[in-house]
Design a protein around this ligand. Structure first.
Ligand code: IPM
Ligand code: MG
Length: 364
């Protein structure tokens, strides 16, 4: 089959990790007889430097014309001035919003052979396997008004946390649909003891649950959830959460897996269901890691696993996705590690070598 793919490498280690994911995708193509038509575009800081905007028109148009997007990372100290008019992150936020990528899937899985690389006790994290469903195009990150201004008594700033019933319903459905394919346990995270938008969130979650009698729904306050993620992370199966809380808790949860370099993500424009291909953007959850850029150090596995998610959700290539996931596990089992997950007695490799090893296991 033929698929078209927009590649937005972005900043920092972005180009290095996307290169390795493409290497692995091309190996999948050769082995299973698929063609990936790759198109490249600018986003983030490199786009600001080149065109003055974080998401140039032609990048956006190209993304609309493709079946899926693979993104590296955006941002870096060069563009970090809080007074700057344009920010690399705007490119990513605009893409998500304009393409309707409301459902952000962030699986957190502890690979058994990496249990020693985390900061937590093995008995706490052994067997962790859950997935966050983060709402991505609403809530505090997009609400209006959003501004900073001067008053006679000093400066003020405002952000707005707003959700509509429809926005909540569709993301809750994604949570239930995923829970159905897993252990059938959905935790809906909110702050309903304080926030009005959370009270609506909780009501809608309860209403939608009537369509999913086979799935157990539990409401959990976000502060309690932050604690439980460290105290007893195997408790969780699927968590559905608003934009800002999801941003925070997914970084927290990534530490269970030992390194952010291991965790992929998918941002989807629809509710994932078997047999349906959904437009999506795929990116590692780590950032641009500017201090590691250009050093052939970064762990490409999060991006490679994101490519596997792309095969699964946007292209319907389940067997091919599993092949990549198995290849990653095999390479880890053989003892190869990038710097971020390095441990005694293991073999340290760079970004490119890790990509070669995984592509080699995929075959093709
Ligand atoms: C993430 C990132 C982004 C977000 C930033 C770069 C805008 O932190 O994907 O989690 O907050 O959504
Ligand atoms: Mg984040």
């Amino acid at each position: 089959m033929l698929f078209s793919l927009a590649v937005l490498a972005g900043d920092g280690v972005g180009p290095e990790v996307t290169n390795e994911a493409i290497k692995v995708l091309l190996a999948v193509g050769r082995r299973f007889g698929h063609t990936f038509n790759l198109r490249y575009g600018l986003v983030g800081g490199v786009a600001i430097d080149g065109t003055g905007t974080a998401l140039p028109q032609d990048t956006f148009k190209m993304c609309q014309e493709c079946d899926a997007i693979l993104l590296g990372a955006v941002g870096g100290p060069k563009w970090d001035d809080p007074k700057a008019k344009v920010r690399p992150e705007d490119g990513l936020l605009t893409l998500r919003k304009k393409l309707g990528l409301f459902a952000n899937l962030r699986p957190v899985k502890v690979f058994p052979m990496l249990v020693d690389s985390t900061n937590l006790k093995p008995q706490v994290i052994d067997g962790v396997d859950f997935i966050f469903v983060r709402e991505l195009t609403g809530g505090l990150y997009f609400g209006r008004p959003k501004k900073q201004w001067r008053t006679s008594r000093g400066r003020r700033a405002i952000d707005t946390l707003a959700y509509s019933e429809q926005e909540i319903e569709r993301i809750i459905r994604v949570g239930f649909e995923l829970a159905r394919t897993r252990r059938k346990k959905l935790v809906s995270v909110d702050k309903a003891n304080v926030l009005e938008s959370s009270r609506l969130w909780r009501q809608v979650a309860t209403e939608v649950s009537e369509d999913y009698p086979d799935v157990e729904l539990e409401h959990m306050l976000v502060d309690a959830c932050a604690m439980r993620l460290i105290q007893n992370p195997t408790y969780f199966d699927v968590l559905v959460i608003c934009n800002m809380f999801g941003d925070i808790l997914t970084d927290e949860a990534s530490m269970l897996a030992g390194s952010m370099g291991m965790l992929p993500s998918a941002s989807l424009a629809g509710v994932p269901q078997e047999g349906v291909n959904i437009f999506g953007l795929y990116e590692p959850i780590h950032g641009s890691a500017p201090r590691r850029a250009g050093l052939n150090m970064a762990n490409p596995m999060a991006t490679i696993l994101s490519a596997a998610m792309m095969l699964r959700y946007s292209f319907g290539l389940i067997k091919e996705a599993q092949t990549i996931e198995a290849a990653v596990e095999e390479v880890l089992n053989e003892g190869y590690r990038t710097y971020d997950i390095m441990n005694e007695g293991k073999v340290k490799v760079g970004t490119k070598e890790m990509g070669d090893l995984i592509a080699g296991k995929v075959g093709g």
